[in-house]
Design a protein around this ligand. Structure first.
Ligand SMILES: [Zn+2]
Length: 457
């Protein structure tokens, strides 16, 4: 071989290597950036969300003695946002003792979650929605019945007249890779605990969402109103021109409505959520049924492209199709909550499937329409009405087979004047008082049937 040929071969080899090195994934510039790390303070479960520049490939493995969860993320950049995750864990978190984040090996970031108890994890991706980019969601549920564990911890509600079918909210097999169980978690150094000396015991039940908070004299027939603040957590709902989020406005109004309902001698209010976190739509229905609610009232704020659109509306479920194109579009929009807020596709929902077939639905819809009319009449005395009659469409959150259920679009958050009112304390009070008057008038005309058991307070 001549020297010239050798030189050519060397050149070729160098060029080839150069091309290969460009294609290697370890190139830091190509790594996925984490732009936000959020920890949601839900009572039912703990959710960690990572917002990413593109979808992330991940591997999850559960380890015992002590209980911990290892989540490996491929081709992710270990930046300050991801490193800050450790500091965002609340010392009182019911499940998480601490989170450690570090580079496990080139191109792989490892998140180790040290746990306080046995848990059931769910990891899934959410596509970009609204202001959010791609998201990787890690939900940490208690090991027993994921959705309802909280309720069972807090004193059992009355035995249902019709037993609920078995809920299968837990995934049959969480996404657990067959990684060598000896996989080292020591690659990630343990940071100092946020509060040195803080007890590592599992705290008592988190703040009550649905448990009654006020003791009242025994009443033969306590009426339970389930109050549902629309949206929450990863699902902000509609956004106002001045930046208000529907999820915050609905929570403020729902909390006020609970206080007003609790002040009635024969009523108690139960909230489906009492903080800024996401609950799947069917989870709201299940909670209301579990508490044997007599009514379900879902609070929302409407949105429109035109800033002029204004007024309140009230909706009930339709089995046969929407009463107007607007109602159909609105139901589609509100039903997107699960998509935006994040429901794992592993979650099975036999309950809702059965609900749709329930024959008692028609009678319940008639009651929902009466309730809706009564609430609409009272809201109409304090705010403009967007529609003068109760509209109907296929709202997922209104699908209880036996609980009259309405959805109140309190006002248009996209109308600057109504956005201001929705955030105004005095206006919220007026709205709450109008909704409660509507509920009371409904019960005056349609007294609740006796239940087989007296409600215990
Ligand atoms: Zn809404």
């Amino acid at each position: 071989m001549s020297r010239k040929t050798l030189n050519h071969l060397c050149m070729l080899l160098l060029l080839t290597l150069g091309c290969f090195s460009l294609m290697l994934p370890s190139n830091a510039a190509d790594n996925i950036q984490i732009s936000a790390a959020r920890v949601w303070p839900a009572a039912d479960y703990t959710r960690i969300t990572l917002e990413t520049s593109k979808p992330v490939t991940h591997h999850l493995v559960m380890l015992k003695d002590p209980e911990r969860l290892v989540l490996d993320l491929d081709e992710v950049e270990l930046g300050p946002t991801l490193k800050s995750l450790s500091e965002k864990i609340n010392a009182n978190d019911p499940y998480i003792r601490q989170v450690r984040v570090g580079n496990f090996k080139p191109g792989v970031v490892r998140i180790v979650v040290d746990l306080k108890a046995e848990i059931k994890p769910q990891v899934f991706s959410l596509p970009p929605a609204g202001d959010y980019k791609d998201r990787l969601v890690l939900d940490i549920y208690p090991a027993q019945d994921p959705l309802m564990a909280m309720l069972e911890q807090r004193g059992k509600p009355e035995t249902a007249e019709t037993p609920l079918p078995e809920l299968q909210v837990a995934p049959e097999s969480p996404v657990i890779s067959s990684v060598n169980p000896d996989v080292s978690t020591d690659a990630v150094p343990a940071p100092k605990p946020a509060t040195p000396g803080a007890p590592a015991t599992v705290p008592t039940a988190p703040s009550a969402v649905i448990a009654p908070s006020i003791n009242k004299k025994a009443d033969p027939r306590m009426i339970t109103i389930a109050i549902d603040a629309g949206h929450g957590g990863e699902d902000p709902g509609a956004k106002g021109a001045k930046g208000s989020y529907e999820k915050n406005v609905t929570l403020a109004i729902a909390k006020k409505l609970k206080v007003a309902v609790d002040a009635e001698p024969n009523m108690r209010g139960v909230l489906t959520r009492d903080g800024d976190y996401f609950i799947p739509l069917h989870g709201r229905v299940v909670k209301a049924r579990k508490m044997q609610a007599d009514l379900f009232v879902s609070i929302h704020a409407d949105a429109a492209l035109s800033a002029q659109a204004k007024g309140s509306s009230v909706f009930a479920l339709s089995e046969t199709g929407a009463t107007s194109a607007m109602a159909r579009l609105l139901a589609q929009k509100e039903n997107q909550s699960d998509l935006i807020g994040g429901v794992s596709f592993d979650v099975k929902d036999p309950y809702l499937a059965r609900t749709l077939l329930d024959l008692s639905q028609t009678a319940t819809i008639n009651d929902s329409l009466k309730l809706g009319k009564s609430v609409l009449d009272h809201v109409g005395t304090m705010n403009t009405l967007h529609k003068r009659q109760v509209e109907q469409a296929g709202f997922a959150v209104l699908k209880s087979p036996d609980i009259p259920s309405i959805l109140v679009e309190t006002a248009f958050i996209t109308n600057p004047d109504e956005e201001r009112k929705l955030n105004d304390n005095a206006h919220q009070d007026k709205l709450v008082s109008a909704i409660l008057s509507g509920i009371k008038k409904y019960f005056a005309a349609n007294p609740p049937l006796a239940k087989t058991r007296v409600v215990e307070r």
